[in-house]
Design a protein around this ligand. Structure first.
Ligand SMILES: [Cu+2]
Length: 242
């Protein structure tokens, strides 16, 4: 088994190339509807590239072990205990630690700064979570329980809270998510990029992302992205209806 590193190395290389090819070839991620979604998806793709060689090595060793130690049906006893290999262990520890520290910094801190670093916003929309519905309050004080209408190409800050248990404010199409906690106001930022609604993409909705009780799964609200002018007209007419 001395030369076992050769097949393992070949398998490692093969699996790595295969996985990186798959990452480059296929886009597994849903459609992006906000600038923040691009930042999050870029981070996701980077993590897939960085994770590919690590997973490939694990799979390579497993594949080789399956072949090298197959029983052929014979009832063989366990082999003698193996001594550990200090070089392998130390290298593994250093490389994976360096990778982990790297991703904490980028895309971790760097990505968060890109999404949340700039505190200014064109509009502030208040979001209140309750079992099992959402209430949104627009800058002019009007409220809605039916849908969230947001202006396109404007940076919106969502001030999120809860009136009962913990919920989580999540708009999959925007890739933003923040806890909704009673007594706290948490913030999320999103800049929608183009106009559309839930009929265009099922991910254009607020969805509760924290198990909050029997109605959790249906705790959703459609999101509609309109032009800035339409947005202002919409919240005006919403006020007249009261
Ligand atoms: Cu909930």
């Amino acid at each position: 088994m001395r030369r076992s590193w050769v097949p393992v190395a070949v398998l490692w290389l093969g699996y790595t190339v295969l996985m990186m090819w798959a990452v480059a070839q296929f886009n597994w991620l849903p459609e992006q509807w906000a600038i923040e979604a691009e930042v999050v998806d870029e981070a996701m793709v980077l993590l897939q590239y960085l994770g590919a060689p690590v997973m490939a090595l694990v799979l390579a060793v497993m594949t080789w072990a399956l072949i090298a130690w197959r029983s052929n049906g014979a009832n063989r006893p366990d082999g003698p205990p193996q001594r550990d290999n200090r070089t392998v262990l130390t290298t593994w520890l250093i490389v994976t630690s360096a990778l982990a520290i790297f991703v904490v910094i980028n895309p971790g801190f760097v990505g968060l700064a890109e999404i949340r670093g700039e505190p200014s916003a064109d509009y502030v929309i208040e979001v209140e979570a309750a079992q099992f519905f959402w209430k949104v309050t627009y800058p002019n004080g009007t409220e809605s329980f039916d849908e969230l209408v947001v202006p396109s190409e404007r940076r919106v800050r969502y001030d999120v809270t809860s009136v009962d248990v913990n919920h989580s404010f999540w708009i999959p199409a925007f890739r933003i998510k923040i806890d909704a906690v009673a007594g706290l106001t948490t913030q999320a930022f999103a800049t929608a990029e183009h106009e559309g609604g839930i009929d265009d993409d099922i991910n254009l909705r607020i969805q509760c992302a924290e198990l909050c009780g029997a109605g959790h799964a249906s705790m959703a609200m459609p999101v509609r992205v309109v032009s800035d002018q339409e947005f202002n007209e919409y919240i005006e007419t919403l006020g007249e209806g009261e």
